[in-house]
Design a protein around this ligand. Structure first.
Ligand code: SAH
Ligand code: SF4
Length: 344
């Protein structure tokens, strides 16, 4: 019999599991607490008898990611992890320190199907979805390694989270579960390239989780040229869906706009942004592109980014330039692909 991975299971699932071992359901609740405290060794689960610990370790294990590599930016404390999954695939997560606490940029898939032209993750195509447990474990593994508590997460690592909606939902619910980690939904942000039906569903399922939409360009021809997803979900439909989202949830939406030199940072682009975004309950996050050699694109200068932020804000569209964390280690989200691929 193969051992069962307890990480990523709900309290109910764990209760059923322990009952299958002839134990009382409340043991499942206890297990849920331990697992979501990041404990992987049954020997540390001190409210279990020795016999029960032995029984559990015969039937189950708590999945953990292997740390293949850590890059540290000594200036700002950012760390980029390369994690090994059980099947030999690798994913990345980025740990960032802010004034308000520590944040982890979490991956949702191995690779991505969306094929954005500027993105490092897109280069290798799509391999598979991550499970809820594999998303959770990025947090627990990063905490074990840094010794610091993570109080915010952004699902902005490798992959399109809305292309893995079910596992993403389970992950967010597990992380929020008061019996486990109890992270507030308001401390979670999910970023999508703009899959409209999932945005509609997310507004109903998770009205308190922050939503970010990657726009990057606001005319259809231009956006389709860098983001193929635009062919299925064109700009104006996407903005209309964003409007319905803010209406339904009452929450401000974040629009991400990665600035690519000469591509989407022209005055004309800024005019379209002003035109289409004014009046929306939104915030524009301008991010100069991190150069990915294979794509042939380069980032706008910081000065140009500041200029655009200023022009948008003056026109009533609040915009800021994202602080570039971990720039010394290619650590910013969206540039998640190991340069040291040989260690995969
Ligand atoms: N797939 C989701 C979430 C992961 S990507 C999405 O696209 O929104 C997270 C963010 O990083 C997106 O806004 C994405 O467009 C951006 N990004 C991708 N490659 C980048 C790069 N090289 N430099 C800066 N941002 C990048
Ligand atoms: Fe996928 Fe996001 Fe990269 Fe586009 S930017 S390829 S959606 S991870």
């Amino acid at each position: 019999m193969s051992k069962k991975n307890l990480l990523g299971m709900t309290t109910e699932e764990l209760k059923n599991f322990v009952q299958g071992l002839g134990e009382k359901p409340f043991r499942g609740k206890q297990l849920f607490k331990w697992v979501n405290r990041g404990v992987t060794d049954f020997e540390e689960m001190t409210d279990f008898s020795k016999a029960l610990r032995a029984k559990l370790s015969t039937a189950a294990y708590v999945g953990s990611l292997e740390i293949l590599n850590v890059q540290k930016d000594t200036k700002d404390g950012t760390r980029k992890f390369l994690f090994g999954l059980e099947d030999g695939n690798a994913i990345e997560s980025v740990f960032m320190q802010y004034k308000y606490g520590n944040s982890l940029c979490v991956s949702s898939q191995v690779g991505c199907k969306m094929g954005c032209r500027f993105c490092a993750t897109a280069l290798d195509g799509f391999t598979r979805n991550l499970t809820a447990g594999e998303m959770l474990e990025q947090i627990y593994a990063a905490e074990r390694e840094t010794g610091k508590e993570i109080n915010h997460i952004v699902v902005m690592g490798m992959g399109e989270p809305f292309d893995n909606y079910e596992n993403l939902s389970k992950f967010l619910r597990l992380l929020h579960d008061p019996e486990g980690r109890n992270m507030s939904y308001r401390n979670m942000t999910v970023s999508t390239s703009g899959i409209i039906p999932a945005i509609e569903k997310f507004a109903i399922d998770f009205p308190q989780v922050n939503l970010a939409i990657s726009l990057h360009r606001l005319d259809d021809a231009g956006r389709s040229a860098i983001m193929p997803v635009n062919d299925a979900y064109p700009v104006d439909d996407l903005l209309a869906a964003a409007g319905r989202y803010t209406e339904k949830t009452g929450r401000r939406i974040t629009f991400e706009y990665t600035l690519i030199k000469g591509e989407n940072d022209n005055n004309r682009d800024v005019e379209i942004m002003k035109d289409k975004l004014s009046g929306m309950l939104c915030h524009v996050n301008l991010i100069p592109l991190n150069k990915v050699d294979e794509t042939g694109f380069d980032g706008s200068t910081r000065k140009r980014a500041e200029e655009i932020a200023d022009r948008l804000t003056k026109a009533g569209v609040p915009a800021t330039v994202r602080r570039e964390l971990g720039s010394a280690i290619d650590g910013a989200c969206g540039q998640l692909r190991a340069k040291n691929k040989s260690i995969y």
